[in-house]
Design a protein around this ligand. Structure first.
Ligand code: ADP
Ligand code: MG
Length: 282
C-alpha cells in the first residue's frame, strides 16, 4: 500500500469471457484493471471463477478445452494473443504466481538451493555469484535465512510457513511487476496466515510490486488490499476501495458476504465498581 498505489497507472487491463468446452461461460464479460503497485483483492466463493481468471492472465489454461474471448493488456502485450513461448518468457519474470499448498508446489526431491537456482536460471544468465546474491536477497526479503544449513534443506524438513516463504522468494526472484497469489494463505493456520499476509503487504510496500490477492475469504483480504473486487458466478459485482467495500458495500451479494463474516464476541466489560459490588455480595 505505497504511495504509487494512489496513481492510476494501469498495469493490467482484462476484458474477458472464458468458457470450458461447450459449457456456459465461467467468466462473463469480466472487466478488471490492476494499477501499478496496488494490492487488489479478488474475492468470491468456491467455483466463482477466481482461479480461471488467474490462469487466463498467466496463459496456463488448457488451450484445447478453454476458450478465451477478449483481451488482457499487460506491459504492452495482449496476453490472450501470445504464443506459448512468449508467455513462458513473461511468466516467472514479469508475472509470478503463488499457490495454496506450498509443500506440493515444491519438488520434494530437491534441496531448496537447487530449486531456487533453477528458478533463477529460467530467466537469467548471470554468473554463479550473481545467482547467489539474487537468492540471498530474495530469502532476506521473505525473512528466511540464506545460510548454507537452510539452503541444504529439503521441503519436508521445513514448516509449511517456511515452505510458503520459499515459494514467495522464488516468485519474487526476478522482481515481477505483478504477483498473483491464489488462495496463498488459505491452507495455513491462522498465525502463519497472518504472518504471510503481513509479508505480502511488506513486499508490496518495499518493492511496489502489484499483487492480485485471490481468496474466498473476505476477512483475510480486508487488511492488505487497496481495492477489492467481488466475483460471483463469473461476474464482477463490485470493485471499489477496500474501505468502501468493507464499510459500505453496494451490492446485495457483498452485503450478504459482510453479514456472514464471523465476529469475535467481545467479553462483557466489568467496571471496577460492579466487580467490587459482586465480590461484596458473595
Ligand atoms: N479445466 C476445467 N475444465 C472444465 N471446467 C472447469 C475447469 N476448471 C474450472 N472449471 C469450472 O469453472 C468454474 C470456476 O472454477 P474456478 O475458476 O476454479 O473457481 P474458483 O477458483 O473461484 O473456485 C467451476 O464451475 C469449475 O468447475
Ligand atoms: Mg480457485
Amino acid at each position: 500500500m505505497n504511495s504509487s498505489s494512489q496513481s492510476s497507472d494501469v498495469l493490467l487491463a482484462a476484458r474477458i469471457s472464458v468458457r470450458y468446452g461447450d459449457k456456459p461461460a465461467v467468466l462473463r464479460d469480466v472487466e478488471l484493471d490492476l494499477r501499478t503497485g496496488e494490492v487488489l483483492g479478488l474475492v468470491g466463493q468456491s467455483g466463482s471463477g477466481k482461479s480461471t481468471l488467474a490462469m487466463t492472465i498467466l496463459g496456463l489454461l488448457d488451450r484445447k478445452r478453454a476458450q478465451v474471448e477478449g483481451t488482457i493488456q499487460f506491459l504492452g502485450h495482449n496476453l490472450v494473443g501470445l504464443s506459448e513461448s512468449e508467455l513462458r518468457e513473461l511468466r516467472g519474470r514479469k508475472i509470478a504466481l503463488v499457490l495454496q499448498s506450498p509443500l506440493s508446489s515444491l519438488n520434494p526431491a530437491l534441496k531448496i538451493r537447487t530449486q531456487l537456482k533453477e528458478a533463477w536460471k529460467a530467466h537469467a544468465s548471470g554468473t554463479a555469484p550473481e545467482c547467489d546474491t539474487a537468492i540471498e536477497n530474495a530469502l532476506k526479503s521473505v525473512s528466511l535465512s540464506a545460510s548454507d544449513e537452510f539452503l541444504r534443506k529439503y521441503p519436508s524438513q521445513m514448516s509449511v510457513g517456511q515452505a510458503q516463504r520459499v515459494l514467495i522468494a522464488m516468485a519474487i526472484l526476478h522482481r515481477p511487476a505483478l504477483l498473483i497469489a491464489d488462495e496463498a494463505t488459505s491452507a495455513l493456520d491462522v498465525i502463519t496466515q497472518s504472518e504471510i499476509l503481513a509479508l505480502f503487504r511488506e513486499l508490496n510496500r518495499t518493492t511496489s510490486m502489484a499483487i492480485l490477492y485471490i481468496s474466498h475469504d473476505l476477512a483475510s483480504v480486508a487488511g492488505i488490499c487497496d481495492r477489492i473486487a467481488i466475483l460471483h458466478e463469473g461476474q464482477i459485482l463490485e470493485l471499489a476501495a477496500a474501505q468502501q467495500v468493507l464499510t459500505n458495500p453496494q451490492h446485495e451479494y457483498t452485503q450478504r458476504l459482510m453479514a456472514a463474516l464471523p465476529r469475535v464476541p467481545q467479553p462483557q466489560t466489568v467496571s471496577p465498581q460492579s466487580s467490587a459490588a459482586a465480590a461484596g455480595r458473595k
